[in-house]
Design a protein around this ligand. Structure first.
Ligand code: NAP
Ligand code: ZN
Ligand code: ZN
Length: 346
C-alpha cells in the first residue's frame, strides 16, 4: 500500500479536508499515475452532497484525471513510464459480457466499477482523482495525445466523452441542426465538439449572459430559455437536442422544439424524475433518450478527435482548499466552464 495525499469529504454536509488515502500495490496489469489535474464534474457534487442517495463516505471524488505514468506493473504493455495519460469515470468492468465486448464498458451487464463511490474487485471502495496518485488497470487508462495540455485535457475524460458519444450516436454532422442545453462543463464541450463535427449548433442557455463565449466556442445561434418566445420561435426546429442540465427541466417544452424524427438525448442527471406527455412524443415521431459517458475505445477516439481539432476545455484552475467554493459556484451556474484542481497544491 502507498499513502498519498487527497481531499475527502466525511459526509454529505461537511466541507472537504486534506487527508491521506491508500493506493494498492501495483498488480501486473496496473499503472501508477501521478495526477497533475482533476476536473470538478457536477456529478462529484451530486454524489458528495448525497443528492443521488447515500454515497460511500469518506468520499474522494474525481473522474476527470490527467497526469503522467510514474510506474508500471510487470505485465503492462499499453503505457510506459512518462506517458501522458488520463482516467475517466470507469476503472474496471467484467470485460466478458456482450456490452464490454462491444466496447461499451459503461453499460457492462455485470456492473462497471466507477472511479469513485464504487466497490472494486478487491472489495474496497474506489477513491477518485482528488488525490496525488491513482493505481488503475492499464485497460482503463487513456493516452492523452500530444498537443493537448494536461489541465485542459482533464475535463475531456468525462465532460468530453459524455457529449462526444451521443453526438456521434445520433449523427451530429453537416446538415444536422443540434441544440445543446446548458453552457456548463458538459455543455461547452458539446458546443465545441458538435461544431467540429460540422453540425449547425445552437445553445439553449438560461440567459444570454454567456452568448459571446458560446459563439467563440462554435455556436451558430444562441437563445435564452428564460424567454418563453424562444420555445415558440424554435418549435419543430432541431434534429437533435442534448440536455446537460443538472436540474429537472420541463421536458415537453424541449421536445416541442424537435422536428420530424428528432431526438432529445438527456445526459443531465437531476435527482428528481423527468416527466413528459405522451402526445408531445407522438407528434413528429420524437424520441426521448439518455446516454451515459462512453466506452474506453470511444473515449480514446474522442481524445484523438479533440487533439486533431485543437479542442480542450475552458478552465479555471483552483487549489485543493477551494473545492467547496468551486462547488457552490457550479451549483449557481457560475462556472466558466470547468474547475480543474491543481494537485500540486495538495
Ligand atoms: P454544470 O457545469 O453545472 O452545467 C450544467 C448547466 O446547466 C449549467 O451551467 C446551466 O447552464 C444549466 N442549468 C443549471 N441549472 C439549471 C436550471 N435549473 N434550469 C435550466 N438550466 C440549468 O454541470 P456539468 O458538470 O456539465 O453536469 C451536468 C449534469 O450532467 C449533471 O447532472 C451531471 O451529474 C450530469 N452528468 C452526466 C453524465 C452522463 O454520463 N450522462 C456525465 C457527466 C455529468 P446555463 O447557465 O447555460 O443555463
Ligand atoms: Zn462526470
Ligand atoms: Zn461487462
Amino acid at each position: 500500500m502507498r499513502h498519498v495525499a487527497a481531499y475527502a469529504t466525511p459526509d454529505r454536509h461537511a466541507p472537504f479536508h486534506k487527508t491521506t488515502i491508500q493506493r494498492r500495490d501495483l498488480g501486473p496489469g496496473d499503472v501508477l499515475i501521478k495526477i497533475a489535474y482533476v476536473g470538478i464534474c457536477h456529478s462529484d457534487i451530486h454524489a458528495a452532497r448525497g443528492e443521488w442517495g447515500e454515497a460511500i463516505f469518506p468520499l474522494v471524488p474525481g473522474h476527470e484525471i490527467a497526469g503522467t505514468v510514474e510506474e508500471i506493473g510487470t505485465g503492462v504493455t499499453k503505457h510506459a513510464v512518462g506517458d501522458r495519460v488520463g482516467v475517466g469515470c470507469l476503472v474496471d468492468s467484467c470485460r466478458e459480457c456482450e456490452n464490454c465486448l462491444a466496447g461499451e464498458e459503461q453499460y457492462c451487464l455485470n456492473g462497471a466499477t466507477a472511479t469513485y463511490n464504487s466497490i472494486g474487485k478487491d472489495g474496497r471502495p474506489t477513491e477518485g482523482g482528488y488525490s496525488t496518485y491513482i493505481v488503475v488497470d492499464q485497460d482503463f487508462v487513456l493516452a492523452i495525445p500530444e498537443g493537448i495540455d494536461l489541465d485542459v485535457a482533464a475535463p475531456l475524460l468525462c465532460a468530453g466523452i459524455t457529449l462526444f458519444s451521443p453526438l456521434r450516436h445520433w449523427g451530429a454532422g453537416p446538415g444536422v441542426s443540434v441544440a445543446i442545453v446548458g453552457l456548463g462543463g458538459l455543455g461547452h464541450m458539446g458546443v465545441k465538439i458538435a461544431h467540429a463535427m460540422g453540425a449547425e449548433v445552437s445553445v439553449l442557455s438560461q440567459s444570454l449572459s454567456k452568448q459571446e463565449d458560446g459563439r467563440r466556442m462554435g455556436a451558430d445561434h444562441y437563445y435564452a430559455t428564460a424567454d418563453d418566445a424562444t420555445f415558440t420561435k424554435l418549435r419543430k426546429h432541431f434534429d437533435l437536442i442534448v440536455s446537460t442540465v443538472s436540474a429537472t427541466l420541463p421536458i415537453d417544452s424541449y421536445l416541442s422544439m424537435l422536428g420530424l424524427n428528432g431526438t432529445l438525448a438527456n445526459v443531465g442527471a437531476p435527482p428528481a424524475p423527468l416527466t413528459m406527455r405522451a402526445f408531445t412524443l407522438m407528434d413528429n415521431r420524437r424520441s426521448f433518450a439518455g446516454s451515459s459517458i462512453g466506452g474506453i475505445r470511444e473515449t480514446q477516439e474522442m481524445l484523438n478527435f479533440c487533439a486533431e481539432h485543437g479542442l480542450g476545455a475552458e478552465i479555471e484552475v483552483i487549489s485543493g482548499d477551494q473545492i467547496d467554493h468551486a462547488y457552490d459556484r457550479v451549483v449557481g451556474s457560475d462556472v466558466r466552464y470547468r474547475f480543474v484542481i491543481d494537485t500540486a497544491t495538495f
